[in-house]
Write a protein that binds this ligand. Structure first.
Ligand code: GAP
Length: 522
């Protein structure tokens, strides 16, 4: 589906719509409706279950969204967190200098200074993308943070946080005690980040207020040995920086063992890159051949990163590979800057033999971008001939259907209970729905329209199972269970629904590290 088509479906079905829509909208801000929020929450739960599940010493916390100026001064955001902005003298339109050049086919512009971008713009003599006049200004650095007057006196400056990561660094000293002074220590945060993007675009892809899910792993750089053998054979579709420099555009599949062979990528990094890939492929269900791991070179990566691979997924609605997450090796940059800035010693000495600043590995993930990714990759239109239809029986709507084939554990409603005839079967349907709710299953009981139309609506919002209650249910307690993707239907006692569906409603977790066996007592 194209972006506009997807957004139109999103609006119609209560997934997402522009914020302040009745005032004409506010660029880069979107509201989630019940269906979108349901998917977003399930995605966040699946993310936490996977990444916090990587180690027993990893925790989810919720720091404040607002940070005092001293924090962003130390982190480097006050100085460096800027894009190059150009404005049109004729129509007043603003655009990012690098994006303008990229749209005209100029490559390798990421990380260039405003001056270098200005020289390229002059060389190309580009017109304003809105009015067509050749009246673009010289690029100037534009800081992307939203500044706030903090407190009634208005004298203190604060900022909406530009990334959730900062909350983890600020909480490190506190969490060091909570985590019983052990490394690795993982601090995960799921929450809003705010950026005054020059050119917000592509709906959930470049927003001004968006949700990140980030895990900061603090570790001893001389002793961080996650069980690499568990990923050694994992196939990683890598596009290395050196290969890109030589003109490669397609990834080359290497195993995690091959990736660490040259010694420039440490095993702990490859281990987490493999686990991140598995999350996209095995938890979100993105096709393996649409994922690539793109390494950023020194010029492109953020000032704090030593190793940086973006996790990119090919999305048809956005015309190609897009960054949906990343793995950043940030070294000791963050703790050292906040240690200096706050005057707090953030070094640790867990063994009593060596005092050092922990290093940080950051696994970052854009929640909104992945809600979009789930729609792009799992929404399908099926013509009747392409349905397998073991159960494409009389109740099914004829003609094409739109189907959101989400993994069942990411669907907001897990079971729809449909009374065949509203007047006769609603009471029984409610009774069955209540029993399922008591077992922790998210249930809806849609009442209006024919059963076929109700199936179609539930297919569109991703509900994986539909239960139909009819005259026979009143006699023998059995119902029809319809499976969304195959439309297969089976008859079973209502009491068996939960056990039939429950296993599919739990997101996968990474295997727990083996617990060392206690030595046998003689
Ligand atoms: N803590 C590291 C960090 O913030 P980033 O690459 O700037 O790194 C991480 O952002 C992730 O956040 C991206 O991979 C993307 O998924 C998401 N993201 C970044 N900017 C965004 C925006 N304007 N709108 C929506 N998602 C965004």
């Amino acid at each position: 589906m194209q972006t506009e088509e997807l957004l139109s479906l999103f609006k119609r079905r209560g997934v997402v719509w522009p914020s302040a829509e009745i005032y004409g909208g506010a660029a880069g801000l979107y509201d989630y409706g019940p269906v979108g929020l349901g998917v977003k929450h399930r995605l966040e739960e699946a993310w936490a279950s996977w990444f916090v599940g990587l180690s027993p010493n990893y925790y989810l916390i919720e720091p404040a969204d607002i940070v005092p100026e001293a924090v962003v001064r130390s982190s480097g955001h006050l100085e460096h967190f800027a894009d190059a902005d150009v404005a049109c003298a004729k129509c007043g339109h603003h655009a990012r200098a690098d994006t303008l050049l990229e749209e005209k086919g100029v490559t390798d512009v990421e990380g260039l200074s405003p001056e270098a971008l200005g020289r390229l713009l002059q060389e190309k003599n580009l017109p304003c993308p809105r009015c067509g006049e050749r009246a673009l200004s010289v690029p100037r650095p534009f800081n992307l943070m939203f500044a706030l007057d903090f407190g009634a006196a208005g004298k203190e400056k604060a900022y909406l946080r530009p990334e959730t990561a900062q909350g983890a660094y600020l909480s490190f000293a506190r969490m060091w005690d909570v985590g019983r002074k052990q490394l690795p220590l993982g601090i995960a945060i799921i929450g809003k980040a705010y950026r005054n993007e020059i050119a917000p675009r592509n709906v959930l892809f470049r927003m001004r207020a968006f949700t990140q899910a980030e895990l900061q792993i603090f570790f001893d750089p001389e002793d961080f040995t996650p069980p690499f053998d568990r990923v050694a054979d994992e196939k990683l579709p890598c596009l290395r920086a050196a290969d890109r420099a030589a003109g490669a555009v397609e990834p080359r599949v290497v195993t995690a063992s091959e990736l660490i062979q040259k010694g420039d990528i440490p095993p702990f990094y490859a281990y987490h890159l493999a686990h991140s890939l598995r999350f996209f492929r095995d938890v979100l269900g993105y096709p393996a051949d649409r994922i690539r791991l793109l390494e950023k070179n020194e010029k492109e990566r953020a000032f704090y990163n030593r190793i940086h691979f973006d996790i990119e997924v090919k999305l048809d609605s956005l015309g190609g590979y897009k960054e949906l997450g990343a793995v950043h090796y940030r070294g000791d940059y963050d703790l050292s800057r906040h240690g200096e800035g706050s005057g707090t010693d953030l070094s640790v000495n867990p063994s009593g033999k060596k005092k050092f600043l922990p290093h940080v590995l950051e696994l970052t993930f854009g929640v909104d971008r992945n809600v979009w990714g789930l729609a792009d990759l799992h929404l399908k239109t099926e013509t009747p001939s392409s349905t397998t239809g073991a159960g494409a029986e009389a109740e099914e709507e004829k003609g094409p259907r739109t189907l959101w084939a989400l993994p069942a554990y990411l669907a907001p409603t897990q079971v729809a209970v449909l009374p065949l005839i509203r007047k006769m079967h609603s009471e029984k349907a409610e009774e069955i729905a209540e029993t399922l709710r008591e077992q922790g299953i998210a249930v809806a009981v849609p009442l209006t329209a024919s059963v076929g139309k109700r199936y179609a609506r539930e297919d569109e919002v991703g509900t994986p199972f539909a239960v139909t209650v009819d005259a026979q249910t009143l006699q023998d307690g059995t119902v029809t269970l319809r499976e969304r993707d195959s439309r297969a239907q089976s008859r079973l006692p209502a009491a068996e629904i939960a056990s039939q569906v429950r296993r599919q409603l739990v997101p996968p977790r990474p295997p727990r590290p083996a617990v060392p066996q206690a030595a046998a007592t003689p």
